[in-house]
Design a protein around this ligand. Structure first.
Ligand code: SF4
Length: 260
């Protein structure tokens, strides 16, 4: 694959790019699912590289702002998953894994092999795929890399991120077709009105039932120190609005260690 096509793939501009039966893989490891309805379940994690958004707080920076990866063919990926024979859950995460056509074929292979599949997605792309749990994390206004928060300090992604971060049609299809959870990364009280508005808008656009318990609030933070600053506030927000609180078990257990 030509180098410029590689850049397009990891920025999410995937039209007309032939990925040749491979995926850009940032890491593949065995751990406990740390977040959401399946928190605590032993799982193999496949982290693809590349994202169509640029949240300023991205906790997988090496899949978005500075993407790094090796191209692996699907046979190699599935073989590596099978090496972890303790697990029957696989989490396909990113970056944004649904920017890649090959992710659909990977999910089909995993499903055929009997794995439960979770896809961690920002909810801006719908794919018809073998997904058991769509773990959808719509990005709130507070995620936008405004100049004062831009890790690159060049302001190039603020408008693009803001324009792309919510796609109601894609969100509607995801909640209609798959088991789902809506997982919101929360910073402060100001996020609640943004969450309420989006949930109301989504409920109005789909016949799928979205229960308050399908809406999960998760404190922002990739270190214990950072989580400690936000955990209590997030829990209080969940209690007040009837939403579910989700921990980040992997951070509680292993702080910011890689491959956890
Ligand atoms: S959508 Fe996810 S992977 Fe992409 S920049 Fe935001 S936090 Fe990072």
């Amino acid at each position: 694959m030509p180098v410029n096509a590689d850049t397009d793939v990891v920025d999410g501009d995937v039209d007309n790019v032939e990925t040749d039966g491979s995926l850009p893989i940032n890491e593949l490891f065995y751990s406990l699912q740390g977040e959401g309805k399946l928190a605590g379940v032993p799982s193999v994690f496949i982290r693809t590289s590349g994202c169509n958004l640029r949240c300023w707080f991205c906790d997988s920076y090496h899949t978005s702002w500075e993407p790094t990866h090796a191209w692996l063919d699907l046979d190699t990926i599935v073989d590596e998953v099978k090496d972890h024979d303790e697990a029957d859950h696989v989490v396909v995460t990113g970056g944004e894994p649904l920017i890649h056509d090959e992710t659909v074929r990977l999910l089909d292979r995993l499903s055929t092999a009997g794995y439960h599949t979770t896809v961690e997605t920002n909810g801006t792309i719908y794919r018809d795929a073998s997904i058991d749990l769509a773990s959808i994390s719509p990005k709130l206004a507070s995620s936008t890399p405004l100049p004062e928060k831009d890790p690159k300090e060049d302001g190039q992604w603020a408008d693009r991120h803001e324009n792309q971060r919510i796609d109601i049609d894609a969100l509607s299809h995801l909640v209609e077709d798959y088991g789902f959870q809506l997982k919101f990364v929360t910073m402060d009280q100001d996020d609640v009105s943004d969450i309420n508005q989006l949930v109301d808008r989504l409920r109005a656009s789909t016949d799928a039932v979205i229960r308050d318990s399908d809406v999960l609030l998760m404190p922002e933070g990739a270190t214990r120190e950072r989580l400690n600053e936000r955990r209590e506030l997030t829990a209080e927000m969940a209690l007040k609005h009837g939403y579910q609180y989700t921990p980040r078990l992997h951070v509680d257990l292993w702080n910011d260690a890689p491959e956890t």
